[in-house]
Design a protein around this ligand. Structure first.
Ligand code: SF4
Length: 433
């Protein structure tokens, strides 16, 4: 069995989205009524494109392109603000992702926060999350983040071994990563999260553990461990290093050793990827699954049955094409690309969303929402239970340790036939099979 089929970051996957006609945001904006929603801003600019990156990002763009992008995001914000006004929308989380948001100049960063603050209302205790990279982290920019009230900074380190960074085509050096972590520590953000990758060609269990040990010396609140997926369209794929996760058995061994190490160092595991310092309360991560409105090009909005974004793009050329379309958009309330979920798909989304993150799927809550019993709707859950991948605990269906390690195998088994066909059709059309 291959434990690494697909990362179920959200459901359904973007490749199941299609052209939509006659869909207006006006008919779905009521999903943003009141409190507790997420606002996401996607900033797709990076200095260079990493070899494994299948995110919506473009490299080598000048400062004028970023200025034009912010102009467009401001126009989009104005339209969304007017639309949401009658619903008294208050966001409890603001996530700024990319790309590398800190590639923006200090002036552009200040302008970005100003746009967001002036067009949207936020809860006083809002979470404000931003991603950065070692090369773009400096004191001047971190000061702006601090003043803006950032609560969590997420930094992609990936490895503390020079050759592994080289294989990944990451541009930062080990010294730069250490200096950035050191600097971040002096700003006292409530949460620092660092990302690492395993399954890198040439990486061993020993070198992975060494990287994690180095990271722990900076006391990050959270560590994310990502298996290396080599996806079609990425630099590594084009170099012929295809094969999704290159050596699944060895990657699983690395994952198990790394997980055991982090747990022995006082980290609790909340999902296959997320390790959190045990003293931190268990906060349920809605990322990719809550009700969320996205700004910018490449970010996804989830408004009840309607999910939408710009068409899926991976290569620099495809992303640039979408960027142009974004800049030329005049009416952001007309939704032209996405998916409308029927009740069955909404149930699947609910199950996937809860099952893969601890504490798990609360059966009573599912029943309250859909008036049915989850294991009856999805008999495969009973099968998972019999195989020891999930267990029942205090009214929850929770992944066992074995189940957790197989998240990227179990999640895809919950994809509906309709969505699977759409995904396969997309891969076929784009020559990605
Ligand atoms: S992995 Fe992150 S830093 Fe690297 S190109 Fe993609 S978005 Fe940019």
């Amino acid at each position: 069995m291959n434990p690494y089929i697909q990362y179920m970051y959200s459901y359904p996957h973007k490749t199941a989205y299609r052209t939509l006609t006659g869909v207006s945001l006006k008919d779905y904006v009521r999903n943003l009524s009141g409190k507790g929603h997420g606002l996401y801003l996607h900033l797709p600019f990076c200095r260079t494109k990493c070899g494994y990156c299948n995110l919506f990002s473009v490299a080598g763009q000048g400062t004028e392109t970023v200025d034009r992008y912010l102009d467009t995001a401001e126009r989009q914000s104005r339209q969304y603000e007017m639309l949401a006004a009658p619903w008294e929308t208050e966001f409890s989380a603001l996530v700024i992702g990319g790309g590398t948001p800190l590639l923006l100049s200090p002036d552009q960063l200040e302008r970005m926060f100003c746009i967001l603050e002036s067009h949207f209302s936020f809860d006083k205790k809002r979470e404000l999350v931003i991603e950065t990279s070692p090369n773009e982290t400096n004191g001047e920019k971190l000061k702006i983040l601090k003043q803006a009230g950032v609560t969590r900074v997420s930094m992609g380190i990936q490895s503390f071994v020079e050759e592994e960074l080289h294989t990944l085509k990451r541009q930062h050096s080990i010294d730069r990563a250490k200096a950035a972590l050191e600097l971040l520590g002096t700003f006292d953000f409530p949460c620092i999260n660092v990302d690492f990758i395993y399954g890198i060609p040439g990486q061993t269990v020993k070198s992975l553990l060494m990287s994690l040990k180095e990271a722990l010396a900076y006391g990050p609140e959270e560590i994310f461990l990502y298996p290396l997926y080599v996806k079609p369209g990425t630099g590594l794929w084009q170099e012929g290093k295809g094969g999704i996760v290159l050596d699944p058995d060895y990657a699983l061994l690395q994952y198990r050793e790394a997980g055991a190490y982090l747990r022995s160092e006082g980290y609790r595991q909340d999902s296959m990827r997320r390790f959190v310092r045990s003293k931190n309360p268990r906060t349920y991560s809605e990322c990719g699954f809550g009700t969320s409105l996205a700004l910018g090009c490449g970010g996804r909005s989830y408004l009840g049955a309607l999910h939408f974004c710009t068409p899926y793009a991976v290569t620099g050329a495809e992303c640039l094409k979408q960027l142009k379309v974004y800049e030329n958009t005049t009416d952001f309330t007309e939704i032209t690309h996405g998916i409308l979920l029927n009740e069955e798909e909404q149930k699947r989304r609910y199950v996937i969303r809860h099952l893969l993150i601890r504490p798990g799927l609360m059966l009573l809550k599912y029943q309250e929402q859909f008036k049915t019993y989850a294991p009856d709707d999805f008999p495969i859950l009973k099968d998972f239970e019999e195989r020891g991948w999930i267990c029942r605990e205090d009214g929850y269906l929770t992944l066992t340790e074995e189940g957790l390690s197989l998240s990227d195998h179990l999640g895809p088994l919950l994809i509906s036939e309709t969505v699977r066909q759409k995904m396969e059709e997309w891969e076929h059309i784009h020559g990605r099979t």
